[in-house]
Design a protein around this ligand. Structure first.
Ligand code: COI
Length: 342
């Protein structure tokens, strides 16, 4: 397959126009049915669209890799399909059936396969979105919805080579409220995180570590990723208590940590005070994969984790996860899904 003429080594995590994107529409109580690839580009939308006025929109993040077996593969795409259906349900939008979702993703990936970075150079980030399209002035669900998928070739989410993150634990902002929409991939969750992240970056931090809104002794997540702490043989990650996003990478790391590293994994309560004295801390997500945390600052005091270095569990888990995703190592779980390209 001839690849696009792209400087693959210079890729960061940003928008990159490709050939085509998926588009389908659906009435409020209808079924997603038709849909097709259209040329990548701008779209027209009413200024009164539900998504623009009331944030009625949800999305997903996935990656397609060019694997060591010279195949184009996705990673656990059914989990994204189920999650976008849950997210849509929470925001009163018609749910996509997993097969329909997967077929659309496969078509976009196949048509844009020359934009997939060569083996080892990154991945094609896939961004499925569902939103309320029709005009709605009163606060109510839209009557018509759009499902779109666009893609972009990407390298690392954080600038440069992988290096331990410098986080600030925030007591000024919460990411999500209990019983709110923190556990679904609603677009509004991410707009709420913009101010905290900008302020953190201005102070020299990479990202914000959010605490739980109903108990600030507990850690929640990093906004763009879930969080894990290792102490000795124990790995702890906040349980999916309602305001935490059920990450596909989070779920995979729990499995790999038990099976490959023999770690005892607890989905429970993660105390901020335990984070300060952890053997290692790392974040997981489709975009960040497994990224270590070297420092956490809270109320002006900086705590260095593992001397600011990437820990052994994060190193091994990142290697194993990417190894499975890129088919360097066997996948006993059936997580890798081949996309036939045309
Ligand atoms: C992902 O990891 O794919 C995400 O959706 C996080 C972020 C880039 C919004």
């Amino acid at each position: 397959m001839t690849k696009q003429n792209i400087d693959w080594d210079a890729l960061g995590f940003g928008v990159y126009p490709t050939r085509s994107m998926w588009q389908s529409t659906c009435p409020i109580n209808g079924d997603w049915a038709d849909g097709s690839l259209i040329p990548y580009g701008n779209i027209e939308i009413s200024p009164a669209a539900g998504v623009l006025n009331y944030g009625q929109g949800v999305f997903e993040g996935m990656k397609a890799y060019h694997s060591a077996k010279d195949r184009i593969v996705l990673f656990r795409p059914n989990m994204n399909g189920k999650r976008i259906a849950n997210s849509s349900h929470r925001l009163c939008m018609p749910e996509l059936k997993t097969d329909y979702f997967l077929n659309a993703v496969e078509q976009v990936v196949s048509d844009n396969s020359d934009f997939i970075p060569p083996y080892g150079k990154g991945g094609l980030y896939i961004r499925p979105i569902v939103w309320g399209t029709s005009p709605t002035l009163g606060v109510a669900p839209a009557s018509k919805y759009t499902f779109m998928i666009y893609t972009a070739p990407v390298g690392s989410y954080f600038k440069g080579n992988i290096k331990p993150l410098n986080l600030i634990a925030s007591d000024s902002y919460h990411r999500a409220a209990p019983k709110g929409i923190g556990n679904v991939k609603a677009i509004g969750n991410y707009s709420a995180s913009l101010r905290p992240v900008i302020e953190a970056k201005t102070q020299g931090f990479d990202e914000v570590l959010y605490l739980k809104a109903d108990d600030e002794r507990l850690v929640e997540e990093v906004g763009s990723a879930n969080i894990f702490m290792r102490k000795g043989n124990q790995l702890v990650t906040p349980k999916l208590s309602g305001s935490i996003l059920p990450g596909v990478t989070r779920d995979s790391i729990i499995q790999l940590a038990q099976d490959r590293l023999g770690l005892q994994v607890e989905e429970g309560e993660l105390l901020l005070s335990d984070v300060f004295s952890a053997d290692e801390i790392f974040c997981t997500g489709t975009a960040v994969v497994v990224t270590p945390v070297g420092q956490v600052t809270f109320r002006g005091k900086t705590h260095t984790i593992n001397d600011g270095n990437m820990g052994e569990a994060a190193t091994e888990l990142r290697k194993t996860l990417l190894g499975i995703q890129r088919e360097d190592i066997d996948d006993p779980y059936g997580w890798v899904h081949e996309v036939k390209t045309t």
